[in-house]
Design a protein around this ligand. Structure first.
Ligand SMILES: [Fe+2]
Length: 216
């Protein structure tokens, strides 16, 4: 059990031990209070996390344009990282170049760091199974206020407050768009993958460490 970014996180390995330490997201001046949104989805934590490497769905489902891989999917023990760039359209704002860095800690916790038009945003996503078929998705979103000094931070504050509301709503809306995949997806041991699907095979090999009793 540990407090991370204001959340009390409880996790354990198969034998009840703490299998690894969770990396706390970097903090610094300007980060606004996190906003929490929740949803109950019929899925499995692995399926939720797998969408991080499903590059094709970024275009088809999320409507992103010019999707590029900046840093490919890499793993280090229970952690995985990847970085993408794309263009996205934000209501009231328009089309902007966006970069996201996804940090995955096991199958239950991921952090999506977003940079767009000089703004920094963050979404912490926790998937907690509540029975064999359902997961509570909790997403905390936060926007970093603009300004490099106490005075400029005060001047930016009204704009930060509006953007905070718009962007945190948009970040959660984008996350929950995946529900249509999570709720209908069927797990296949040997899926027929196309070139545009992303490194799903590599992701699934990485996942095996979380099922030490399974031999496949
Ligand atoms: Fe998605």
């Amino acid at each position: 059990m540990r407090e991370i970014s204001g959340m009390v996180m409880v996790w354990h390995g198969p034998a009840g031990e703490i299998p690894w330490e969770i990396e706390e997201p970097e903090t610094g001046p300007g980060w606004r209070a996190m906003r929490l949104r929740t949803a109950v989805v019929r899925t499995h934590p692995q399926e939720m996390t797998e969408n991080c490497v499903d590059i094709g769905h970024l275009i088809v489902l999320h409507g992103f344009d010019k999707v590029r891989v900046i840093d490919p999917f890499v793993t280090e023990g229970p952690r995985a990282r990847m970085r993408y760039a794309f263009s996205t359209t934000i209501p009231l704002i328009g089309s902007i170049d966006t970069e996201i860095r996804i940090l995955v800690d096991g199958l239950g916790f991921s952090v999506v760091e977003t940079k767009a038009a000089g703004w920094q945003m963050r979404q912490l996503v926790v998937g907690t199974p509540i029975n064999e078929r359902e997961v509570v998705v909790r997403a905390w979103t936060s926007v970093r206020g603009r300004g490099n000094s106490p005075l400029t931070r005060i001047l930016w504050r009204p704009v930060d407050a509006i953007l905070d509301r718009v962007l945190s709503h948009e970040m959660f809306a984008q996350l929950i768009r995946d529900e249509v995949i999570w709720e209908r997806k069927k797990y296949l041991n040997r899926p027929a993958l196309g070139a545009g699907d992303g490194p799903i095979s590599k992701f699934r090999v990485w996942c095996r460490q979380f099922y030490p009793d399974q031999t496949n």
